[in-house]
Ligand binder design. Structure first.
Ligand code: ZN
Length: 274
């Protein structure tokens, strides 16, 4: 009986395969690196990430800067990005301003998609792991320059580009903790100034590091619903004022003329009897 059940299950499983030719991508597995003896370096004693309560735009001429308040602050900014993997630092730098946001930008007439947020500081500074995770890549890539990618689990990854350098102890599979220094801000790769190019990936999609998961500001929405025009109600007919009628006054009673009847005629019988 059990064998029959297994056979049936196998048939259904095969049938399921036969109906769909869509190949599923192989799950990405992060291999855990063998325990390495961490070589002490400047990262061993580096400070941990501060929590930036605000983020300011570097200047108002950058692109995709989003909503900027009167003090130059990013109004949508919150210190953490709420993701399926838990909170991520929205600004994983020692100190930086936002020089370019996420999305399509047009520079010198050539438009292209900007896949992350640029957090700039011409003095450089520490770059931190946005949350607990495992190193996926720590290498040099054209465009990105010195590049680190961290897997935070639950389909969430963060990527860090243009770094001047990164901790030489980092390699694929090494565990990092939230707020741990992983590199120094620089301008390696395709960069016009010292900044961190910061990318956040959720379920394989690049999302806006500045706006993703942030509570949206309260905006009043104009009412677009249209209502039917009220049915006109005919005004009540104007009634002409009634001309007041003089109250009838009893006319003086007309005295009925006294009727005089003729005296009765007494007939006399010829025989003289009545
Ligand atoms: Zn960038």
């Amino acid at each position: 009986m059990r064998q029959i059940a297994f056979s049936l299950a196998a048939v259904f499983a095969l049938a399921g395969c036969a109906t769909s030719n869509t190949p599923y991508p192989r799950p990405v597995t992060t291999t855990i690196a063998p325990a390495l003896s961490n070589v002490p370096n400047i990262y061993t004693s580096a400070p941990r990430a501060p929590l930036h309560s605000e983020l300011f735009a570097c200047n108002s001429y950058g692109s995709n800067l989003g909503l900027i308040g009167s003090r130059g602050e990013e109004t949508n900014y919150t210190p953490y990005i709420d993701t399926p993997a838990g909170p991520l630092l929205r600004n994983p730098t020692e100190i930086a301003c936002l020089s370019s946001g996420f999305g399509y930008r047009n520079i010198g007439g050539s438009g292209r998609q900007h896949s992350g947020a640029d957090l700039a500081n011409h003095d450089g500074g520490w770059i931190y792991a946005a949350a607990d995770g495992w190193i996926v890549s720590a290498d040099y890539r054209s465009g990105y320059g010195n590049y680190i990618e961290i897997d935070h689990g639950h389909g969430v990854r963060t990527r860090y580009g243009h770094m001047a350098e990164f901790d030489s102890n980092l390699r694929s599979g090494v565990r990092v903790t939230a707020g741990e220094a992983i590199g120094r801000m620089g301008m390696t790769g395709n960069a016009t100034g010292v900044h961190l190019h910061y990318e956040v990936v959720v379920d394989g999609l690049l999302v806006d590091p500045i706006n993703y998961g942030a509570p949206q500001p309260f905006v009043t929405t104009p009412v677009t619903q249209t209502y039917q025009a009220p049915i006109p109600i005919a005004p009540p007919p104007v009634i002409a004022p009634v001309t007041p009628i003089a109250a009838p006054i009893d006319a003086a009673p007309v005295e009925a003329p006294l009727q005089s009847y003729p005296d009765p005629v007494h007939l006399t019988r010829p025989d003289g009897q009545r």
